[in-house]
Design a protein around this ligand. Structure first.
Ligand code: FPP
Length: 264
């Protein structure tokens, strides 16, 4: 059971399994602070069952709920998931509408529970193509959960990393042109804090489900030294146990950040 390998997060609820072990296999020093997930494979999951793509997305939403809760219990600081890319507008209207309605009802139904579980919700991506109603719900959810101290849950909606980087470049260029910042003051930290993920640590563990081996324009700057974990599991079948397995795998990686390992 995945709970057995973690010391538990700040808000670990009391579970049926009794107290968590005092000595855990994964300790704070080997725990990823920021986990990013490309939730791929809803369509393939549904197809394998002879079901509609919509049913796959609905199952994906249920998985997301379980994974956010597990991430919070495990003590992950930041969880960023890719829900809708700037390129996903190319999908058939029917599927786009279905996904946007699903996000809207997810927010409506789940926000109270997420809030009660201390989750801090934040949206990353462009906000210029959503309906007023959805924008309002997004902002309301962000304001309501802003002071929560549990997992920081970033939902990437209408997000593309290249678009995010360009928006940051334009904003810094405008500030430089206005004399508010000197070009030589723009360093990695300033740039990171101009992105939608401002204030978050860089991605430590980047997970992609459903077998494809690519980054798909997700968190390219933030993942400069991320460890990559690919699994064939379709997103609806992804479990807290598999998240725990990815974290255990991460804990065994030798991260050198361009330097040498301690023994060397
Ligand atoms: C990729 O599967 C998934 C998406 C483009 C949408 C992600 C959405 C969810 C996980 C639904 C829940 C999200 C929220 C925020 C409620 P795909 O459709 O590309 O699958 P395929 O590659 O097998 O066709």
């Amino acid at each position: 059971m995945w709970r057995k390998i973690f010391g538990g997060g700040k808000h670990t609820p009391v579970s049926d399994e009794g107290d968590l072990p005092s000595r855990s296999i994964i300790d704070r020093s080997t725990m990823p602070r920021h986990v990013a997930i490309v939730m791929d494979g809803n369509g393939r999951w549904a197809k394998e069952r002879g079901d509609s793509r919509s049913a796959g997305h609905e199952a994906g939403a249920r998985t997301l709920k379980r994974i956010v809760r597990a991430a919070s219990e495990m003590g992950i600081e930041v969880l960023t998931v890719y829900a809708f890319s700037t390129e996903n507008w190319k999908r058939p209207h029917r599927e786009v509408d279905f996904l946007l309605n699903l996000f809207d009802s997810f927010l409506e139904k789940e926000i109270a529970e997420l809030h009660a579980e201390h989750v801090r919700l934040h949206f990353i991506g462009r906000r210029d193509r959503f309906t007023e109603r959805f924008l309002h719900r997004m902002e309301e959810a962000e304001v309501r959960t802003a002071n929560n101290t549990g997992v920081h849950f970033n939902l990437a909606a209408n997000y593309g990393s290249q678009d995010e980087i360009l928006r940051a470049v334009r904003s810094l260029a405008a500030r430089a042109a206005a004399g508010e910042i000197a070009p030589e003051e723009i360093d990695e930290e300033v740039f990171s804090n101009t992105l939608d993920t401002a204030g978050d640590p860089p991605v430590d563990l980047f997970i992609r489900t459903s077998g494809d081996l690519r980054l798909s324009n997700f968190l390219l700057w933030q993942s400069a030294y991320a460890e990559l974990y690919f699994t064939d599991t379709h997103w609806p079948d992804f479990t807290p146990e598999e998240l725990a397995a990815a974290i255990e795998d991460f804990a065994g990686r030798n991260r050198r950040f361009g330097g040498l390992s301690a023994e060397e």
